[in-house]
Structures are given as C-alpha cells and as structure tokens.
Design a protein around this ligand. Structure first.
Ligand code: NAD
Length: 491
C-alpha cells in the first residue's frame, strides 16, 4: 500500500468580502490537486471581477475606522494575530504540505519566520513619526509632515511561501493604517483562509483584510479598481509587466517583488563543506528550488572546482525526497504537473543545446511518487554563463555550476544577468568579501550562510527582480505617503 498522505481535511475556502463570506465566486471553481499524489483534494471557489469589486468596497468602507484606531490598538490586534498563528503552527504546517508540497520538517521554521515579520511590523504601528521642517522661530512658515496611509492596498501574492508573503505585505500595510485586499494564488487558498480566520479571531474588524482567491483575472480586476490606491505584488516579471501596464493607466504606484537567478560565489579560501551544504540548501532543496532568492547560479573558483562539484553532487543525491507530510523528508514536489513538465523541458533543452553537462538528476521521480509532480534534485556543471540555463529563472530544483578564476571574472559573471535580487559569497577573506559585496548588483548579499530574509533588513531587487522593498523601515514606508502642512505666521 502507498505510504503517501491521503487528502486529510483542509479548511473550507471562502471569499472574505467584509461582513460577508461567500462559498461561491463568479471566477468559477478550481480543482485543487495535491502535488504529492496528483489527486484532486478540494474544490475551491474563485473570485471574479464582481467579488473583487465587493471586497474593495468593503475594504474602503473599513478604512476610516481602522485608520482611526490608536496605533497601540492596531499594534495589539496584529500581535494577537501573531500569537494565534503561532498557536496554529502545527495546523499551518500540515496544510502547507498538502497545499504546495512544503516539507513539514521546515514548517515550524517558516511559521516562526512569518510571525517574526508580523511582530516586527506590529511594533512599527506605534513608532511611525512625522517631521517638522520649518518653524516660526526660524522665521519660516511652520511646516510639518505626517505619515498617512494610502487607503486600500491590493496585495497579489504567489504560492511558494504564502504565510510569509502575507506577513511581509499585509501586516506592514495594516500597521500603517491601510486596509488590504489580498489576492492569493489559486494554488494556496487554504493558508490565506486560515490567515483570514485567525485575523477575525484576533479581533481585526471585518473589511480590514478581505481575501479573494482567484486567477489572473481576479488579480487584473484588483489592479484596475479605482479605489485600490497601491499594489504590492510578488510573482514573475512577465506578470509584473501586465500589472504595471494597468498601473500606468491609473497612475497607480506599486511594489514589485519578482524573480531571481542569484549568483552563489564560492572562493577557494571558503569553508568548502559549509559552502557546499549551504549551496544545496539555499540553491536547490529549499521549497524544491521554488524560491525567488535561491542561489541557483553557482560560481566556483578554479582550484576547488572539482572538489566542490563532488560535494554538491553527493549532497544532492543524499537529499531525502518524498511525501512532504512525512517527517524526515526534506525535498517535496514542485507545485503542479505543468511546472514539472516545464522544468523537465528546461533540463532536456540544456542537455540538447550543450549549455551545461548533467551531473545528477534530470528526471521525474518514479515509484510511489510517480503520480506527484516531483523532479529529481538536478545539477548541471560546466554551464555556459551566457547560455539560457544560466540566464533564465528555472523556479525548480536545478542549479548551474560554472567556473571562474579571478575576482573580476566572478563579479562579471555574477552581474551578467538581467536579475538583481540576491547574491551569496563564501570566503574567509573579509577584505575580499566587502569588496565583492560592494560590486555585486543585487538587493541583498548573504555571506557564509547568513540567515536570509530577516524582517529587520530591507529585501527586494533591481532590474528584472523588481523594485521597492519589504523589510525594515523601508517595508512600512511603502505603505505611507507623507502629507505636509505649512502654516503661515499670523503676522
Ligand atoms: P505569477 O507572476 O504567474 O503569479 C503571481 C500572482 O499573480 C498569482 O497570484 C497570480 O494569480 C497573479 N497574476 C497572474 N497574472 C496576473 C495579472 N495579469 N494581473 C494580476 N495578477 C496576476 O508568478 P508565479 O509563477 O505564481 O510565481 C513565481 C514567480 O514569483 C517567480 O518568478 C519567483 O521568483 C517570483 N517570486 C518572487 C518573490 C520575491 O519576493 N521577490 C517571492 C516569491 C516568488
């Protein structure tokens, strides 16, 4: 008998439209497939333009009261939500494994990271300050600027880390006094449903968060709605271009958290065991290679190239692949069959055009897992830095290893793509690390296995990786517009 997890209960998904919650949407119904088993496990209602409009109206109606709360009241409501998310960590972990194939072994860490983001931004609610830039005593008008929320924010997120994305976008927007309409991916409606339920239980007023699971059509309707004041988007550059075209028509500002093809530079003086382990973790195995931030271009210095490749291949082949609901499994499926076929197509193409040598992996996983959407952990070596394998985001478990000699060569290869989200350096030479970090065109540079995406650090990209920031003060500043008041002296 198969040991695969059968479709255990998932929360019933509803459209959260303010006071009203609906089990039907004009966007139709999505047959949600468990990526591990390939079987339909739930039927999910999808919002269409009508429900998006309802959600926006409810959000706009809730805005004055939410904005009018004292900052400590907004802070405390969000902290209650954080406490409830933590209490529900086992359930959220269980749901994530069924929903998008995230291994339960990493669940508690992801939930805690998400809650860290939440509590960080809850703490900003009562610390936002304005400024005084002119005063009568200086002989000028008295001029002050106060931080004001925008109103309704549209948050469009993808499926790879839904809980973290919610805490990274929705919470700072709420902390600053905005209300938020969330358009989760149709692949991850269950986490969004849980978030909405817990927000209600935490006492957030109806309409502060509305949730409209749906496809591209729902996202497009949200972007185009005139009452949505700003868009915060996480997804791919092709979608970003469509959203930006609509934002352009409406002169609507946006934050764009997009894809990546991050360089992971291993110098000969690095701790090679640690570098190889980190490369597998933060390049290949995390979320089965489906994270924007992964260091999927591995640059290895000549003298240690063969040694590092051997370590990478051994580590990839040792990864426990399997049903993500089982303890001990580190590597689960990709999101669906279409993604599996697309990734296998990229692998086949690279083998055919010779843009890299296949060192391990490259096939779907068979046996008990054959009905799921699994792709073996895959490593290409001797990859052409200018070829399609090195240039295009795969968003799957495929890393490209390439060779370099000098520091200048490493920087040239690292900066040689259109993306600019993250970069990784492994070296014991602190002078070299600072120098290379300074020259890398990336939003964040992680050195020697530093923890990624911490809430107190600004995170975001440049070029095809987007613009705007999540994290740190910059992450809440995205949801504030300063209003300046200038008062002339009475005489
Ligand atoms: P995607 O762009 O296809 O979809 C993202 C979201 O946008 C989904 O909710 C989708 O329904 C919605 N959408 C699709 N078309 C739309 C349209 N025309 N108008 C409005 N909304 C629309 O991305 P994906 O394939 O789901 O996710 C993978 C991409 O996300 C990768 O490029 C990855 O690197 C990126 N990503 C970036 C970050 C980051 O923080 N920088 C984090 C995770 C994922």
């Amino acid at each position: 008998m198969s040991t695969l997890t059968s479709s255990a209960s998932l929360p019933e998904v509803r459209l959260w439209l303010g006071e009203k919650k609906s089990q039907d949407g004009s966007g139709g119904v999505f047959d949600h497939v468990n990526p591990t088993t390939g079987r339909v496990q739930a039927r999910v209602p999808l919002a269409g333009a009508a429900e998006v409009a309802e959600a926006v109206e409810a959000s706009a109606a809730a805005f004055p009261a939410w904005r009018g709360l004292r900052p400590d009241q907004r802070r405390d409501a969000l902290l209650r939500l954080g406490a409830l998310i933590l209490q529900n960590e086992p359930e959220l972990t269980r749901i994530a494994a069924l929903e998008n194939g995230s291994p339960v072994i990493g669940g508690p860490r992801y939930v805690r990271l998400a809650v860290n983001w939440l509590t960080y931004y809850a703490g900003w609610a009562d610390k936002l300050q304005g400024s005084v830039s002119g005063s009568f005593v200086q002989g000028t008008d008295f001029t002050y600027s106060q931080p004001e929320p925008y109103g309704v924010i549209g948050a469009i997120i993808t499926w790879n880390v839904p809980l973290a994305s919610l805490c990274m976008k929705v919470v700072p927007a709420l902390a600053a006094g905005n209300t938020v309409v969330v358009k989760p991916s149709e692949f991850t409606p269950f986490t969004a449903e849980m978030f909405a339920r817990l927000a209600e239980e935490a006492g957030l007023p109806a309409g502060a968060i509305t949730v409209v699971p749906g496809t591209a059509a729902a996202g497009q309707a949200l972007v185009a709605h005139p009452k949505v004041q700003k868009i915060s988007f996480t997804g791919g550059p092709a979608t970003a271009r469509k959203i930006l075209a609509t934002c352009g028509e409406h002169l609507k500002p946006s934050v764009m958290e997009l894809g990546g093809k991050s360089a992971n530079i291993i110098f000969a003086d690095a701790d090679l065991d640690k570098a190889a382990a980190e490369t597998i973790r933060m390049g290949l195995s995390a979320l089965s290679g489906q994270a924007c931030i992964l260091g999927s271009r591995v640059l290895v210095q000549d003298p240690v190239y063969d040694e590092v490749v051997a370590k990478l291949v051994a580590a990839a082949e040792a990864l426990p692949v399997g049903d993500p609901s089982q303890p001990g499994v580190l590597f689960g499926p990709v999101i669906d069959k279409a993604a599996q076929q697309r990734i296998l197509g990229v692998i086949d193409q690279a083998r055919e055009d010779g843009s890299g040598k296949l060192a391990t992996g490259g096939r779907p996983v068979g046996g008990d897992l054959a009905n799921g959407s699994f792709v073996e952990p895959t490593i290409f070596t001797d990859v052409d830095p200018a070829g399609p394998l090195a240039q295009n985001e795969v968003f799957g478990p495929v890393i490209s290893v390439m060779r370099f000699g000098t520091d200048d060569e490493a920087v040239a290869i690292a900066n040689g793509t259109e993306f600019g989200l993250a970069a990784y350096i492994h070296s014991r030479d602190v002078t070299r690390v600072h120098g290379i970090a300074d020259r890398l065109e990336a939003g964040t540079v992680y050195v020697n296995g530093a923890a990624v995406v911490q809430p107190w650090t600004p995170f975001g990209g440049q070029g095809e990786s987007g613009f705007g920031r999540e994290g740190g003060y910059q992450g809440i500043a995205e949801f504030i517009r300063p209003k300046t008041v200038a008062i002339a002296p009475l005489r």
